[in-house]
Design a binder for this molecule. Structure first.
Ligand code: DGL
Length: 295
């Protein structure tokens, strides 16, 4: 029954129930936990469901149809779990498939994109680096961001091959990882960059390793706080914000399409969240065959 046809009392009860529903957050893997961290800080009363599609990460090495297929299937799964809004906490999935997912899902959506605009506003040398996946960098959406906001700023776009895989292994500081990061960052420094856009939600977990290499020569642009604020605005616009509660914030519910052990480890070590991770099978057109073997 549509909410408008209910009596005012029943309408209040229906909207209370809707605002108590959880927000779904999804990423190809563990990177979206950096967005979840910001959402918890900004919106402590919201219940959160987090899905890591770690079985199929990294998306940055997948074809466009595969990414759209998984993003839609996970969005639909989160809607079926009762999510009132969805954060696509993955630059790659947003760049590739947000328009399609927006069309197909009935709940409000928030996507993420590399912080080209803040970088162009803040860079003094007018040279900025962008680290993101190959899929994000070649997307029409990212090219549009550069056209709209780069202005007179030169952006050095570097695919972060290997970085998502490192974070998925919970490696945020090994010698190999530092060597890889150095190979991406030193050419940016040599070219005069003073700003670095972290264009993948996995990369904020590498901030300490990046800082060790670049010191304060690069200003790091991480958009997770801006995403949390955008989610707040979207929930307010739709009357979906959870009512303030005196109780301690509930723990997020964590799901993974892999075994979840690394997710549990990263959440405990970097987010100080001790929560179990439930392994789930979320079938989709492109993964039907391998999912039926896993089930
Ligand atoms: N966290 C995802 C992003 O922001 C990583 C994509 C991948 O799995 O390659 O792009």
């Amino acid at each position: 029954m549509p909410a408008e046809s209910l009596s005012p009392n029943l309408r209040t009860i229906a909207s209370d129930a809707a605002s108590r529903a959880p927000v779904g957050i999804f990423d190809s893997g563990l990177g979206g936990l950096s967005v979840l961290r910001a959402v918890r800080a900004q919106l402590p009363d919201e219940a959160l469901l987090y899905v890591a599609d770690s079985r199929y990460a990294p998306y940055g090495e997948r074809d466009d149809d595969f990414i759209a297929d998984r993003t839609l299937a996970i969005g639909q799964w989160l809607v079926a779990q009762g999510a009132k809004a969805l954060v696509v906490a993955c630059n790659t999935a947003t760049a590739q498939s947000i328009a399609l997912v927006r069309e197909k899902l009935s709940i409000p959506l928030v996507g993420v994109e590399p912080g080209v605009k803040p970088a162009a506003l803040q860079s003094k040398t007018r040279v900025a680096g962008v680290l993101a996946t190959q899929v994000t960098l070649r997307s029409v959406r990212f090219q549009g961001l550069l056209e709209r906001y780069a202005a007179d700023c030169r952006f050095l776009c570097q695919p972060g091959h290997g970085l998502v895989q490192a974070v998925e292994r919970c490696d945020v500081g090994s010698a190999e990882l530092r060597t890889l990061l150095r190979s991406y960052l030193e050419p940016m420094l040599d070219a005069g960059a003073d700003t670095l856009v972290l264009g993948c939600t996995h990369y904020p977990f590498l901030d300490a390793a990046i800082r060790d290499i670049v010191g304060d020569r690069l200003m790091l642009i991480d958009t997770s706080v801006a995403i949390a604020r955008q989610l707040e605005r979207v929930l307010d616009q739709h009357g979906l914000r959870a009512a303030p509660s005196e109780d301690a914030a509930v723990l997020p519910r964590f799901y993974s399409t892999a075994d979840g052990s690394h997710q549990q480890q990263l959440a405990a070590s970097l987010l100080r969240i001790e929560a179990t991770v439930e392994q789930v099978v979320i079938p989709s057109r492109r993964t039907a065959a391998s999912d039926s073997q896993a089930a």
